[in-house]
Ligand binder design. Structure first.
Ligand code: 13P
Ligand code: SF4
Length: 360
């Protein structure tokens, strides 16, 4: 849910917030944040800022972005590639903002907390890609978007959780190297069984690879217990268990639907439209479900809210306001600005653009 431009006066902002269906957004929260939200939205408009918001942002931050500015990694990259606005504030983690910079290098790309990491991107770098390329010289390397620009620069094509299977299928040859997410790779291996061999860190080699520290928390036993506690039987028409691609292989096999964060949202939207969704459990970052429960108030949602991405959570309303106040005052933006050398931009652009062309 996002706050529309026509609600830009303070009362309009409050009315919009009171209309939201979220148990954690009480009148106390609304009164405490309405002024800040109003100021952020006014500055956003004044300086013609595009504010991209990943689906894992807490609802108040997520709502700063218009519907078109919200999305998963693929949707946000596509938006970043075509914007003409001078400033892009990327409410997400730095590897996402780097992608926006690579696709639109003349723009100023800003992120609320440059220290926010990601257990996938942080644990697999350019040197790891290079050593796999030495081991498998004739096999194309497909790198997950959750990686830094220098690692992408060494790879043949990029992918997100929304398009990995499609891109892997379309790459030449009957083998593909996928890095760095080991669980994702195993899920891709299942998806492509009989079509293409997926090589990944730790499979027939000594590379370490990485996993998402958030999604690894969901285990098969947890999902079976969820089915029992919330009465979501497998294959039930209107009670659905969702999982993100980064979950363990056995978790994905148990889920009724898996996909990227936006694909999960789209499936929910489709079922709601057909009057076919009564309850859902979402095995992914907690705030995705917070945003879903605002968007689809007729559905009963559950997730595990102790399972948070501490990196994504570093983005908050106060930090976003700091960026905008700095723009407004003409102050230095160096604490927020994403910068990359021209050589890395040039080399990382090829696999990302190849992905975008193959996703069209
Ligand atoms: P999506 O591309 O599905 O939004 O996923 C991003 C991410 O970091 C998942 O943990
Ligand atoms: Fe990285 Fe996992 Fe956080 Fe996504 S949820 S940003 S993959 S640590």
């Amino acid at each position: 849910m996002s706050i529309q431009a026509e609600n830009l006066n303070l009362e309009g902002v409050k009315t919009e917030l009171y209309g939201r269906n979220h148990p954690s957004l009480t009148p106390v929260d609304i009164e405490a944040h309405a002024k800040t939200l109003h100021r952020v939205l006014a500055l956003k408009q004044k300086h013609n800022v595009v504010m991209l918001g990943h689906n894992y942002m807490e609802p108040l931050v997520f709502g700063l972005s218009t519907k078109q500015e919200q999305g998963d990694s693929l949707g946000l990259s596509m938006h970043a590639a075509k914007t003409t606005a001078p400033y892009i504030i990327f409410n997400g983690v730095p590897f996402m903002a780097e992608t926006a910079k690579i696709l639109n290098p003349s723009k100023t790309v800003l992120v609320a907390d440059k220290t926010a990491g990601c257990s996938l991107a942080d644990n697999f770098g350019a040197a790891d890609v290079k050593s796999l390329k030495v081991m498998y010289p004739d096999v194309p390397v497909m790198i997950y978007i959750n990686s830094y620009a220098d690692a992408k620069a060494e790879s043949d094509v990029c992918c997100t959780s929304a398009n990995a299977a499609k891109i892997a299928r379309e790459m030449p040859g009957d083998q593909i190297v996928f890095v760095p997410d080991i669980y994702f790779a195993q899920n891709l291996e299942d998806e492509l069984a009989g079509e293409k061999t997926v090589i990944y860190p730790g499979k027939g080699n000594h590379e370490k690879g990485a996993v998402c520290e958030v999604h690894e928390e969901f285990r098969l036993s947890d999902l079976l217990a969820v089915r029992e506690s919330f009465v979501i039987p497998k294959g039930h028409g209107s009670r659905v268990l969702y999982a993100h691609w980064e979950c363990r292989r056995e978790v994905l096999r148990e889920a009724d639907f898996y996909g990227s964060t936006s694909q999960i949202m789209q499936d929910i939207a489709k079922r709601v439209k057909e009057n076919q969704l009564e309850r859902a459990f979402v095995a992914s970052e907690c705030e995705l479900t917070s945003n879903l429960s605002q968007e689809f108030p007729t559905v009963q949602f559950w997730t595990a809210c102790s399972v948070r991405c501490s990196h994504m959570a570093k983005v908050n309303l106060a930090k976003v306001l700091h960026i905008l106040e700095a723009i407004d005052a003409g102050d230095s933006l160096s604490d927020y600005e994403v910068t990359l050398g021209p050589d890395v931009i040039e080399r990382a652009r090829t696999p990302i653009e190849r992905m975008l062309q193959m996703s069209a």
